[in-house]
Design a protein around this ligand. Structure first.
Ligand code: FAD
Length: 470
């Protein structure tokens, strides 16, 4: 079959980049079709990423709190147990509801949804092998590649999604592993390590670099690592995996110091490979129409998200930049705004990053290391949650707010928060940065009491003057 009518916009990929671009394009009055091969919308994020991981992080946190914290609040149980299938079912229910929700939004906005694998036949035509076994041609004046990313495999550590799993397998393990080895101390490894650690696994994280989450502010990172160690997560930094033996009941990883040296062995029931993600453009036919990619396989685009082929655009995880769902969404909106002849805008210096462990770590703008590197004189203001009344009231007071501001102008350059719900608290700082605010602007803004947000205000006071409660 052939879709005779030409679209204004065709989006390949229905993840946060693609589905948001499709809805926005339709809202701007453009005739739009979105092609998705998964059979469900929402991409990596909704199906095997952000959403299921946050569901399991919440469920496992509830268990951990029940086990370790409830008694302090006078709530006692005689028996506590984990029903893993029920926990997984709650996660699946959340995912299913949300994917259906996006289908509803497509209908509401009149986006045509084609389920199947798209590949370019020309720069204005995509042929789709549909999931029902047929095929169709979709034509578009503009085509947006939003095919996202996939797990980066590690040489010599083949993923079977049973004993050696990717994040996808780690989101639906059938049993709680006694020992879990995590390769890679990025946010995905630490989040999934936290989930299974809270449920009882002994978690060891192996990381080649000398530190965890390299993008994090150094001072915050140190405190964060200590917090995770308190939760019994073990770290083997500056260590590489050089071999794997899956022949026995458990997996044996052969480790070597990053700088070379004697081998050691780490045994685990399950190994999670979380050493990064790579752009996914397989079978898309990029070479056929001549779309350029860089060495890492990322599609090269200009400021308007256009590739070197006129009319073909790319966004999200498939292009350079932070591989985050909210960044993909921003790309999607800006890209279709350009297509519609409007101005689009994404400020990549102000994309917040969050690690959803407990406590969470959230940041926006520059780290202290980055500020030093650009050679600006700066001030730092800090406030610990130990001195925040709400955090003390709920007995969850580990963490800190750190604000970095330019010395001369007091303009905020970066904010780093480690606390429960830091991922929510950070948005006050994101707005502040976006509006070019000074630390005094935040400090003189009335904050409700008693809230965790008051720690942000106090850290701002500490940046340009003195805090009250420290
Ligand atoms: P994707 O979400 O990867 O979507 C691309 C879609 O395109 C896929 O559904 C794919 O099936 C489809 N596709 C690919 N090729 C074709 C084709 N040829 N034809 C048709 N369809 C095709 N980010 C956050 O911001 N916050 C988080 O908390 C977070 N947690 C994460 C946890 C995990 C475990 C993982 C793995 C990722 C997490 N991420 C998180 C990252 C986030 O998922 C990605 O940044 C985001 O999904 C990128 O969106 P995208 O639209 O570019 O690509």
């Amino acid at each position: 079959t052939t879709t005779a009518e030409e679209n204004d916009v065709v989006v390949i990929g229905g993840g946060p980049g693609g589905y948001v671009a499709a809805i926005k394009a339709a809202q701007l009055g453009l005739k739009t079709t979105c092609i998705e091969k998964r059979g469900a919308l929402g991409g990596t994020c909704l199906n095997v990423g952000c959403i299921p991981s946050k569901a399991l992080l919440h469920s496992s946190h509830m268990y951990y709190e029940a086990k370790h914290a409830f008694a302090n609040h006078g709530v006692k149980f005689t028996q506590l147990e984990i029903d893993l299938p029920a926990m997984m079912a709650q996660k699946d229910k959340a995912v299913f509801g949300l994917t259906r929700g996006i289908e509803g939004l497509f209908k509401k906005n009149k986006v045509t949804y084609v389920k199947g694998y798209g590949k370019f036949t020309s720069s204005s035509e995509v042929s789709v092998d549909t999931l029902d076994g047929g095929s169709t041609i979709v034509k578009g004046k503009n085509i947006i590649i939003a095919t996202g990313s996939d797990v980066k495999s590690l040489h010599g550590v083949p993923i079977d999604e049973k004993k050696i799993v990717s994040s996808t397998g780690a989101l639906s393990l059938p049993d709680i592993p006694k020992k879990l080895a995590v390769i890679g101390a990025g946010y995905i490894g630490l989040e999934m390590g936290s989930v299974w650690g809270r449920l009882g696994s002994e978690v060891t994280v192996v990381e080649f670099a000398s530190e965890i989450v390299p993008t994090m502010d150094g001072e915050v990172r140190k405190q964060f690592q200590r917090m995770l160690e308190k939760q019994k997560m073990k770290f083997l930094l500056k260590t590489k995996v050089v071999g794997v033996d899956t022949s026995g009941d458990c997996v044996k990883l052969t480790l070597e110091p990053a700088a070379g040296g004697e081998h050691t062995t780490l045994e685990a029931d399950v190994v999670l490979v979380s050493a990064g993600r790579v752009p996914f453009t397989e079978g898309l036919g990029l070479e056929k129409i001549g779309v350029q990619t860089d060495k890492a396989g990322r599609i090269i685009v200009d400021k308007k998200f256009m590739t070197n082929v006129p009319g073909v655009y790319a966004i999200g995880d498939a292009v350079p930049g932070p591989m985050l769902a909210h960044k993909a969404e921003e790309d999607g909106v800006a890209c279709v705004e350009f297509i519609a002849g409007k101005e689009g805008h994404v400020d990549y210096d102000m994309v917040p990053g969050v690690v959803y462990t407990h406590p969470e770590v959230a940041s926006v703008g520059k780290t202290e290391e980055q500020v030093k590197e650009i050679g600006v004189s700066y001030r730092v203001g800090k406030f610990p949650f130990m001195a925040n009344s709400r955090a003390k009231a709920i007995d969850d007071a580990e963490g800190i707010v750190k604000i970095i501001a330019e010395k001369e102008t007091d303009k905020i350059l970066g904010v780093h928060i480690m606390s429960p719900n830091a991922g929510e608290l950070i948005h006050e700082a994101v707005i502040a940065l976006q509006y070019g605010a000074s630390s005094e602007d935040i400090a003189r803004t009335c904050h409700a009491h008693p809230t965790m947000s008051e720690a942000v205000k106090e850290a701002a006071m500490a940046t340009y003057d003195k805090p009250i409660h420290m």
